[in-house]
Design a protein. Structure first.
Length: 158
């Protein structure tokens, strides 16, 4: 009787372990939460931002890049690609907060149109704020013009 009872307990234990494993697998594959148009695993917005010129992505703080990605994620339905082009007066000099940086933002939108800004000069410590301001301003103008029925492939907004 004890052997039969012990065997039944082991079978029940094995079934419980298998059920727990199945639950863990189901939960893992359903963790694909949607965050403002993109999933936790795909990180689409992060793949849409590119840095060219004097300052590469490694020269931006993680917090700054996160702010850019959040803005791109907010406009994920519109933006295909965002390129931030930077240049400094003296490439050999160390870039610090007070260094003057000239930047341009080139945005490719879903209909293969482009939104671009003329070069703007700003200090390095205000660069991300200025980029975000320009992006939001230009996207707002683009959406307003599209809403009015204007059809165009390129927008240069100063």
């Amino acid at each position: 009787m004890k052997a039969k009872n012990r065997r039944q307990q082991e079978v029940v234990k094995n079934i419980v372990i298998i059920l727990m494993a199945v639950v863990v697998v189901v939960i893992f594959f359903n963790l694909d939460f949607i965050q403002k148009g993109e999933s936790v695993f795909s990180q689409k917005a992060q793949n849409k931002v590119y840095f060219e010129g004097a300052l590469k992505s490694t020269e931006f703080e993680e917090k700054e890049v996160d702010r850019l990605i959040d803005t791109i994620r907010k406009h994920n339905d519109l933006l295909e690609k965002v390129v931030i082009i930077t240049s400094v007066d003296d490439e050999y000099r160390k870039v610090i907060g007070s260094t003057q940086v000239v930047f341009e933002v080139l945005m490719t939108v879903k209909n293969n149109g482009t939104i671009s800004t003329p070069g703007k000069r700003v200090t390095r410590d205000r660069l991300v704020d200025a980029v975000l301001y320009k992006m939001n301003k230009d996207i707002k103008v683009y959406r307003r013009l599209k809403k009015e029925g204007k059809d165009f492939n390129s927008l240069i907004n100063s």
